[in-house]
Every structure is written in structure tokens, then in C-alpha cells.
Design a binder for this molecule. Structure first.
Ligand code: GLY
Length: 349
């Protein structure tokens, strides 16, 4: 008999797991609460280098594995649905405005290199040759060639199309009512109330501007007077500026302070943006965990968790989908999932 799989959560992770499970011949239903999704606010940076925040090896390996899978995942999903996903591989420029910022950028580049991520130091002149709109005041920075981007809204639309009528619009508040052989909980910040696992909301505000023509080619991660900001240019002229990081519980309000924290450093680095019309300002909730790593694996018989991707949900979508679908299909956790098990000590200390 075909295994019946219920996926609770219709965000990027849930839909991608569902898609891979369908491809393995499983009978899949996705329960989508139709609430705001982190991926509709996310800028879509695929940043195995510049999102590294610590020396944690297993997470770095997973980020690299996510990055390696993105080109094929994007091509396959685009082919299956006819939706162009905005996957772009110009790389990321890491830019420092002041000498203090440059010291911080050099420290971070050391961390990226120790993690096996190539970064190339660039002078201020080299940065401005690549992106002429950068302020002449920049001090220097680096190029991370393997940091890429994709448009998460397009990915979400494509995955919804690929899953089709297997999506049921229903909010699940109690796993015991789900009728399936295997239930995958991919409910973002809703995972805590469903499972008791320590997933918390970490708010991020983003500003979207409309640029007149492609003003910059690369993603820019800027350090400006100790503030960090990233600018992500899309082909259609949208420029996404992100993102704040705020511990405020379930709060998706947009605040003047949040917008200031984004626009001030962004305009310090790229003065021209003050002329661009504002297209949208939104706040989303990243699913954070105590050790900043996702929770992936069996919680108990018949229940698997795929949640807590924090700042790396988009990057980790393809690798999570492959590994979790393997676990669903075989009942055996792939080796790469083991450090992220729901019973790991780091979640509870
Ligand atoms: N990955 C970028 C962010 O979470 O803001």
C-alpha cells in the first residue's frame, strides 16, 4: 500500500518536501494554514559564505550542500512549472564603509575562508569598478562568488503549482487529528505549539524599492558604521533591502526604527537609492532555534520535523527536501541529518 504522507505547513520547506515525496511515489497531502510565510518577506539570498555566523561545522556543511543543490533544483522546478525563479549567480560583494567596518569584514572573511568558502579581498577601487553606484567613501571589502540569489515568491508559486491539488487550505492545531502514516511538521514558527520544540519567531523587516534600471548587478552585503544591511537586485528592477533582526515574539508590525535601520546604511553605501520609489515594506518571522540550526528528523513514531531554518530557509530548501523525503520514504535518517535531530542537546541547554 502507498504510504500516506501529511505535510503540515505550506511554506517553502513544506512544499519542497512534499514535491520530493510525490516524486518518490508517496501519497501526499499538504495542510496549509494560509498565513503569512517567511518566504514572502525574505530577500532570497543563497549565502553559504556570508550567512555564516559561527564555526559550527555540521551547519556549514549543510549550507554548502544546500548551495550545491540550488542550480539543479531551480532548473528542475522551472522546467516542471514554466515559472522562472529569478536564480542569479553574479555573487555577493561584501562592502565596508569605514575603517572599523573593514576590520569587521576582514574578520568575517577569515571565518568564511576557514569554513572553506572562497572570498576574494577587493580594494575600494575594485568594488567601484564592479558597482559604480557605490559611494566613493567605501574603504574596501570582498567578493563571495558562491553566494547567489533567487526570488522566494517565485519559488513558492512554482512549488504550489508543482504540488497542485494536494494542498488543502486548513490550519492544523493538533497533530493527533492528522490521518496519515507519516506526518512532516514544517510549520515554521507554528512548530512550537504543534511539537513543543523550541522554535521562536525572529522578526525581520524588509524594504522593497523600485529601481529605474538594473542599478547594481551583485547582491551587496554592507557594513556601514557597525550596521549591517543587504541589498538584493532583481531583474525586474526591484531592489530588496533587508533585514532587521528583532526578538519581539509574534509581531509583524513595520516600524519607523526598523526602516531607518535599513535605509540609513543602505543609502550610506548606495546614495542613489534615496531617489527610488518605495514599493513595499513588510515584516516576517524567521523560525529561530537555540543553536541557530534547523531541526530535522524523527520526533516520534510517524512524526518527522523539518523546521527552524532561521536565516537560511531559502538556501536550505533543496537539501532539506531531499534528505527529509529520503527519511520519509525509507524510515532511515541520512547521515547528514543526524546532527540536526530534534533530541539534540543543544536545543535544550
Ligand atoms: N538570510 C537573510 C535573513 O534572514 O535576513
Amino acid at each position: 500500500m502507498t504510504t500516506r504522507v501529511a505535510v503540515v505547513g505550506g511554506g517553502l520547506i513544506g512544499l519542497a518536501v512534499a514535491w520530493r515525496c510525490v516524486q518518490r511515489g508517496l501519497d501526499v497531502t499538504v495542510y496549509d494554514a494560509e498565513e503569512d510565510k517567511a518566504s514572502t518577506v525574505a530577500a532570497g539570498m543563497l549565502a553559504p559564505a556570508s550567512e555564516i555566523q559561527s564555526g559550527e561545522q555540521a551547519l556549514q556543511d549543510l549550507l554548502r550542500s544546500g548551495a550545491r543543490r540550488w542550480p539543479d533544483f531551480a532548473a528542475e522546478l522551472a522546467r516542471a512549472t514554466g515559472i522562472e525563479l529569478g536564480y542569479r549567480d553574479e555573487g555577493t560583494l561584501i562592502v565596508a564603509l569605514t575603517d572599523d567596518d573593514l576590520r569587521e569584514v576582514r574578520r568575517l572573511c577569515g571565518l568564511y575562508e576557514r569554513a572553506g568558502q572562497p572570498v576574494h579581498a577587493l580594494t575600494a577601487q575594485q568594488l567601484r569598478e564592479r558597482e559604480p553606484l557605490l559611494t566613493p567613501r567605501v574603504r574596501g571589502g570582498a567578493y563571495a562568488p558562491q553566494d547567489r540569489q533567487v526570488d522566494p515568491r517565485r519559488v513558492l508559486a512554482a512549488l504550489r503549482q508543482a504540488i497542485g491539488d494536494r494542498i488543502v487550505p486548513r490550519k492544523i492545531t493538533d497533530l493527533s487529528i492528522v490521518d496519515a502514516d507519516v506526518t512532516v511538521v514544517a510549520a515554521g514558527i507554528g512548530t512550537r505549539s504543534l511539537t513543543g520544540l523550541p522554535v521562536r519567531p525572529v522578526k525581520g523587516q524588509t524594504v522593497r524599492l523600485t529601481a529605474p534600471a538594473r542599478p547594481i548587478r551583485h547582491v551587496i552585503r554592507g557594513y556601514a558604521r557597525s550596521r549591517t544591511v543587504y541589498l538584493v537586485p532583481r531583474h525586474d528592477g526591484e531592489l530588496v533591502i533587508g533585514a532587521t533582526e528583532e526578538e519581539r515574539g509574534v509581531d509583524t508590525s513595520v516600524t519607523a526604527g526598523g526602516v531607518l535601520d535599513l535605509l540609513r546604511p543602505a543609502a550610506d553605501l548606495l546614495p542613489e537609492i534615496v531617489e527610488y520609489p518605495v514599493r513595499e515594506i513588510r515584516a516576517g518571522l524567521r523560525p529561530g532555534t537555540p543553536d541557530n540550526a534547523p531541526i530535522l528528523g524523527a520526533l516520534k513514531a510517524g512524526v518527522i520535523v523539518a523546521a527552524g531554518h532561521y536565516r537560511n530557509g531559502v538556501l536550505l530548501t533543496p537539501v532539506t527536501a531531499d534528505l527529509v523525503a529520503d527519511l520519509v520514504a525509507t524510515g532511515v535518517p541520512p547521515e547528514q541529518l543526524k546532527p540536526f535531530a530534534p533530541d539534540r542537546e543543544a536545543l535544550w541547554t
